[in-house]
Design a protein around this ligand. Sequence first.
Ligand code: ATP
Length: 268
Amino acid sequence: MSLVELADVSYTYPGGVLAVDGVSLRVDAGESLAIIGQNGAGKTTTVKLMNGLLKPSSGRVLIGGEDTARRTAAQVARRVGYVFQNPDDQIFNTTVAKEISYGLKRLRLDAGESERRLDEAAALTGLGDRLEENPHDLPLSVRKFVTIAAVLAVDCEVLVLDEPTAGQDQAGLDRIAEIVEVMTGRGRAVVTITHDMEFVARHFARVVVMAERRVVTQGRAEEIFTDSAAMATARLARPAIVELADRLGLADVGLSLDALADAWRSRG
Ligand SMILES: Nc1ncnc2c1ncn2[C@@H]1O[C@H](COP(=O)(O)OP(=O)(O)OP(=O)(O)O)[C@@H](O)[C@H]1O
């Protein structure tokens, strides 16, 4: 059984806009999945359907086999944590510690476990020294980590990161990559929406390509990124390594720099 399953899901906003049309996808425990596609393709609506903020107009969304239609948004949010694109849509506490601990309070954990989770989430996001600062005084790139820490602390089965790399420097990118690795290593699923193809190529195992409200194709990252037709249909730029291998006429190097270098050295 998959941790997340969308089965022929459609969603129409109350104003009548059809935003997602017949989407089916699965995410397994321990898997990293990136949803890519142009603006307006339906990516954000798809992840809001996963975490119960929206309920499908038709089709079914199952989390751990449970239909979200029969659960409240709060119940689903405990299983699927959603880090918004804009941290300012999420942050409202006056210290980083309070912001990270807010979701924990509803879990009614004992004090020791709450503290352990706060410390661990702060360490993973690099916020250990900033717990008493006001998140509103921190730069946007750090505010993003505050919202990631708040969701990590709840320890959901599925972590959804909406545009996590926007505005991050290399240290921030490395930190996000480490979070993806740690969470998938613990059997959690990590789902991201991003326009950052290089980041997906390096750190995400599976890719779903969306265009005009539908899934165009999905599969292993190297299969998808080397599928020029699918990337062109979705009007997406291929990662630099794929573009370079193509221009050099090197086949089967996938997304590995080492494989590209080997193929170049041993060309006939
Ligand atoms: N609250 C809303 N009310 C009405 N229409 C909406 C709403 N939110 C999104 N839409 C519309 O639904 C469609 C899909 O939008 P969605 O935000 O899911 O796409 P996206 O792929 O995430 O785009 P982006 O990369 O810009 O975030 C678009 O036509 C959008 O205008």
